[in-house]
Design a protein around this ligand. Structure first.
Ligand SMILES: [Zn+2]
Length: 139
């Protein structure tokens, strides 16, 4: 029987929403105050959903401790308390919008989660309590 398993984690990071290929006025027009070059912070909440069959022996879709370790290693430790534009690839060149951040989290987690019995199904990233994106990979 296929089930969905979701684990949530939080991290705090700062960013500037501006495309280096555009000038300051264009970035201001597109991103508003989020383009302020000195940056601003968010308390991000990420929800990682794994789809799989429950193992007949363990009764689990995915080892919960392993999932926590993967999320810590691939996402929380590299991004928590970082200035994304300056410290976290690929955001030195890619605009760290919520959308692009969700794609990057997906890219980092997918090879660590996908296996014989389970696969990464969705990454939900909250930038604020009332704004989130869902990314489920290329369709
Ligand atoms: Zn922001």
């Amino acid at each position: 029987m296929s089930m969905l398993l979701t684990r949530k984690a939080e991290f705090s990071a700062s960013h500037v929403c501006a495309n280096p290929a555009l000038n300051e006025a264009e970035n201001r027009r597109i991103y508003g105050s989020a383009a302020n070059p000195n940056g601003h912070g968010h308390n991000y909440v990420v929800e990682v959903t794994v789809e799989g069959e429950t193992d007949p022996v363990t009764g689990m879709v995915f080892d919960l401790r392993e999932l926590k370790e993967i999320m810590n290693r691939e996402v929380i430790e590299p991004m928590d308390h970082r200035f994304l534009n300056r410290e976290v690839a690929p955001f030195t060149t890619v605009v760290p919008t919520t959308e692009n951040l969700a794609i990057e989290i997906w890219r980092r987690l997918k090879p660590c989660i996908d296996g014989a019995n389970a696969r990464l199904r969705n990454v939900r990233l909250y930038e604020t309590t009332d704004l989130y994106v869902d990314y489920g990979g290329e369709v």
